[in-house]
Design a protein around this ligand. Sequence first.
Ligand code: ZN
Length: 138
Amino acid sequence: MKSYRKELFFEIPTRRAFINITPQVEKCLYESKIKEGLVLINAMHITASVFINDDESGLHHDYDVWLEKIAPHSPVSQYRHNVGEDNADAHMKRQIMGREVVVAITEGKLDLGTWEQIFYGEFDGRRRKRVLVKIIGD
Ligand code: ZN
């Protein structure tokens, strides 16, 4: 069995953003030379997510509005976590949107469903963050 590990780095200039990282994961898969197996992609921060859904800007706007309703950033004083920091909402948004995804690899390609794309979800940006890509298989 072969194994491949890589960290992807993101420094998002805004507090929140959704970034399609499918091309970067495909590049990792190509580098790994693995044809059959699994790829795990996870955020290495507790205020960011990795998830799979549609690459459609209206949907991403809807996610942002929906997440702000569930866990609004302001007023920051509403959260007990926000003593010396202001990112309690980002922890909650990450919890809802998830930490990681696992995708099957078949014949050297990501075996994604129709319209499925892999996203990095940032909820407390403006600093350097990491995503882990781990691929195992043959
Ligand atoms: Zn925090």
